[in-house]
Design a protein around this ligand. Structure first.
Ligand code: 2AM
Ligand code: CA
Ligand code: CA
Ligand code: CA
Length: 269
C-alpha cells in the first residue's frame, strides 16, 4: 500500500473511532439490552451492534471496494485477505462494558493483501488511543511508544492469561500451564484482548496468550505490537490465519521461543 493511502485511511479511521467513542461515553449510563450468543457468558448489547453499524455504514459509503470483517453481523463474508479489509471489533471487552462500564476498547485493523497497515485500539472511557501505521512506529495518544526493552528473561516476565487456561485442556492435564505460571514473575487478566495487545506494545506486560481469538480481537493489536518489535503467532509458533479463529500468543521476541518450545508446543520435549 502507498504511504499516502495508508495515511488517509489512518486519519479517516482515527476520526471515526473518536466519534464512536464519544457516542459510547454519552450513553454509558443508559439502560442496556443484554443478549447472549454462544453461551451464557458470551454477551452482546445493542451498543455493540450500533457501533459496528456506525462503522459499516461509513466504510461502505466512503470505500465501496473495501471489505469489512467484524463481529456482530454487519460485515462481509470474508474468505480471503486479498484487497483492503477493515477488521473491526466495535466493543472488545463487552463483559467489562456491561459489568464495569470501563476497560473496553474499539479495535480497528486495516489490512491490504494480507499485510497489516493500520492499527487503532481506543480505550474509550480513559480516552486513550493506541495507534500504528506500518513502518512508522506505534503511539499512545501523541506519544511515540519506545521499542520493547533490549533484554528480557521469562522469569522476569508478566503474562496476560485468562481463566480458560485453568479449564480442562491438554496443557493443564500435562501440568504445562502450572509450570509456566510458576516460572514467570506474574500473570494478569484484563478481559479485553485488544487492550492486552496494547499493554504488550506499551511494555507493561511482556506477553498475552489466548486459546481462541477471532481476527477482530487481534488485527489492530498485531500491527501495533509489531511496530515496537513484538511478535505474534499461534501458540505453536505458526502465522495466524486472519480469516478464522486462532490460538494466539503476542509477546516480547526474547521469550517467544522458550514459551513455545518448552511449554506450549504439542509434542515438546
Ligand atoms: P469480546 O468482548 O469482543 O467478545 C475476553 O477474555 C476477551 O476474549 C475479549 O477480548 C473478548 O472479546 C474475547 N472473546 C473471544 N471469544 C469470546 C467468547 N466466545 N466469549 C467471550 N469472550 C470472547
Ligand atoms: Ca463478543
Ligand atoms: Ca473481541
Ligand atoms: Ca466484541
Amino acid at each position: 500500500m502507498e504511504a499516502d493511502t495508508r495515511d488517509e485511511l489512518f486519519q479517516q479511521a482515527k476520526s471515526w473511532i473518536e466519534e464512536a467513542g464519544e457516542i459510547i461515553r454519552d450513553k454509558i449510563n443508559d439502560p442496556l439490552t443484554i443478549d447472549t450468543k454462544s453461551d451464557a457468558k458470551d454477551l452482546v448489547t445493542q451498543m455493540d451492534k450500533a457501533i459496528e453499524y456506525f462503522f459499516a455504514r461509513r466504510i461502505k459509503q466512503e470505500y465501496p471496494s473495501h471489505l469489512l470483517l467484524s463481529e456482530e453481523g454487519y460485515g462481509d463474508e470474508v474468505t480471503s485477505m486479498d484487497g483492503t479489509v477493515w477488521i473491526i471489533d466495535p466493543i472488545d471487552g463487552t463483559m467489562n462494558f456491561v459489568q464495569q462500564k470501563r476497560n473496553f476498547a474499539i479495535s480497528i485493523g486495516i489490512f491490504h493483501d494480507g499485510i497489516g497497515e493500520v492499527g487503532l485500539i481506543y480505550n474509550v472511557m480513559d480516552d486513550v488511543l493506541y495507534s500504528a501505521k506500518k513502518n512508522e512506529g506505534a503511539f499512545k495518544n501523541h506519544n511515540k511508544l519506545p521499542n520493547l526493552k533490549a533484554q528480557l528473561s521469562l522469569d522476569k516476565s508478566v503474562l496476560g492469561l485468562n481463566h480458560y487456561w485453568l479449564c480442562e485442556n491438554r496443557l493443564v492435564e500435562e501440568k504445562v500451564m502450572q509450570g509456566l505460571v510458576k516460572k514467570v514473575r506474574g500473570t494478569r487478566t484484563y478481559g479485553s484482548a485488544a487492550l492486552e495487545f496494547a499493554y504488550v506494545a506499551e511494555g507493561i506486560m511482556d506477553g498475552y496468550l489466548a486459546m481462541s481469538l477471532a481476527p477482530w480481537d487481534v488485527a489492530a493489536g498485531i500491527v501495533i505490537v509489531n511496530e515496537v518489535g513484538g511478535v505474534t503467532s499461534t501458540i505453536e509458533g505458526e502465522q495466524l490465519d486472519m480469516t478464522r479463529k486462532n490460538t494466539v500468543m503476542t509477546c516480547h521476541p526474547a521469550i517467544q521461543h522458550e514459551i513455545i518450545e518448552d511449554y506450549l508446543k504439542e509434542g515438546r520435549k
